[in-house]
Write a protein that binds this ligand. Structure first.
Ligand code: FAD
Length: 402
């Protein structure tokens, strides 16, 4: 039975996250965004991350015995929505760190948990990145291409008890600021990438490993996407996560069930834009009455709210399915992920309309939400590929929703 009442722990964490966002993030969000336009690498609010760590928010994905809460998919979505509604780039960063700490704790060895997760828990600014996308392959990895000529090219060659990695990644979230990296390399160049790729764990200061330029993006600036350059990086065999050639395997399923989490990017961003527009419509008077009393504005807000509620229902249902394995439907997850993008774009555009000319100005929040919302058209999968995956699922094919 699906029961959507939140537990005491979910409510407690939700109000903790809300308080953090209002106190630490909302006051600095616009300024960080403005700074990112001249300095994409230098806009990250380290003090806000430290404050989050102090409250235990950075480490929510860790197991309880390591000081975390081992949050499930639904809880992840509930909390992520709160951050996305205030600062979508910072929210996406939380998503990444919660999910990847949990990934390492679930599929990693005891030695890997000690080597990576204990320092991660102790360092209040430590973030984790996963690097898959390369200049020549994005969709090839997320909508797997089975030709040997496509997919991940970063080469990983065995040399004794070590693997030697060479290649370039780009668009890697948090890379500009992260200390721990999961890099996916091609260990079997003669097999299709889905059968011949491996996840390698490494520290930022590993010899031969370098972070390149931080991407100058339209929105989601605090996600700090950057390039990675690997030149003869030597990784011990013991730092292979899961197993050789298991980079995209079923064992990575926990990671592959993240579609409702990524869908929350659009939901939270839409909610933030809606709340800003609602406040503006209540306080701005035109022709003797607040905007909200003008029917077209009230109808637009009603439409925005309806889309948000419908999106949340789709996401929570898919998240519940993800937490209750036997009820997980790839089609539902893919639908939630596609629909949230539609919701984000539509709601943010409506918010800009409600703000009138102010919607087009940088010192009002509507245009930033619109730019942040457009991030959801590209992240993990392009919006077209999400739709394509639903179509393939309808045709009876099993495709990962992420
Ligand atoms: C904000 C943000 C954060 C990101 N974070 C990360 C990260 O942390 N780690 C990481 O590794 N990557 C990350 N990415 C990269 C992201 O995963 C890729 O952008 C995404 O997979 C799409 O790949 P691409 O941009 O190379 O597009 P391409 O694959 O080059 O696609 C180009 C166009 O062709 C279409 N297309 C491609 N192949 C097909 C096909 N088979 N059928 C139909 N249409 C197709 C696409 O829909 C698109 O319109 C991030 C991207 C963004 C925007």
């Amino acid at each position: 039975m699906v029961d959507m009442r939140l537990t005491d722990e979910q409510l407690e964490l939700q109000s903790l996250v809300r308080e953090f966002c209002e106190k630490e993030l909302r006051p600095i969000a616009a300024e960080c965004d403005r700074k990112s336009q001249s300095d994409p690498a230098g806009c990250f609010p380290v003090e806000a991350l430290k404050a989050a760590s102090k409250l235990g928010l950075r480490t929510l994905g860790l197991p309880r015995e390591m000081g975390g809460r081992d949050i499930d998919t639904l809880t992840h979505c509930i909390l992520l929505e709160e951050v996305m509604a205030v600062e979508p780039g910072f929210g996406a960063m939380f998503h990444q760190v919660w999910r990847l700490a949990q990934h390492i704790s679930r599929v990693g060895t005891e030695e890997q948990r000690e080597k990576y997760l204990i320092p991660f828990a102790e360092d209040d600014t430590c973030l984790i990145s996963i690097a898959q996308t390369e200049p020549g392959s994005g969709t090839d990895n997320t909508f797997p291409y089975r030709g040997v000529d496509g997919g991940i090219k970063l080469s990983a060659v065995k040399d004794g008890n070590e693997w030697v990695l060479n290649g370039t990644k780009h668009f890697v979230a948090c890379a500009s600021t992260a200390r721990i990296f999961i890099v996916i390399g091609r260990t079997e160049p003669d097999l299709p990438a889905p059968d011949g790729a491996t996840q390698f764990l490494m520290w930022r200061d590993t010899p031969g490993f370098r972070v390149g330029r931080t991407h100058d993006k339209l929105g989601g600036a605090l996600l700090m996407n950057a390039e990675l350059i690997l030149e003869n990086v030597r990784v011990p065999e013991s730092d292979i996560l899961m197993g050789i050639n298991e980079g995209f395997s079923d064992k990575a399923r926990h990671y592959g069930r993240g579609a409702p989490m990524v869908a929350t990017f659009g939901l939270g961003t839409a909610r933030g834009a809606y709340e800003a527009a609602l406040a503006y419509a209540r306080e701005t008077v035109r022709q003797g009455k607040p905007l909200i009393q003008h029917d077209p504005i009230a109808m637009r807000l009603a439409d925005m709210l309806t889309l948000i509620e419908a999106t949340r229902s789709a996401i929570w249902r898919a998240a519940w399915g993800s937490d209750n394995r036997e009820h997980y439907l790839q089609r539902d997850a893919a639908v939630s992920s596609y629909f949230s993008t539609v919701c984000a774009r539509t709601v943010c555009e409506s918010a800009m309309q409600i703000f009138g000319k102010d919607g087009y100005l940088r010192n009002f929040p509507a245009e930033k939400y619109m730019r942040d919302a457009l991030m959801t058209n590209h992240i993990n999968n392009t919006v077209d590929v999400r739709l394509l995956k639903i179509g393939r699922a309808l045709a009876g094919e099993l495709v990962s929703p992420l």
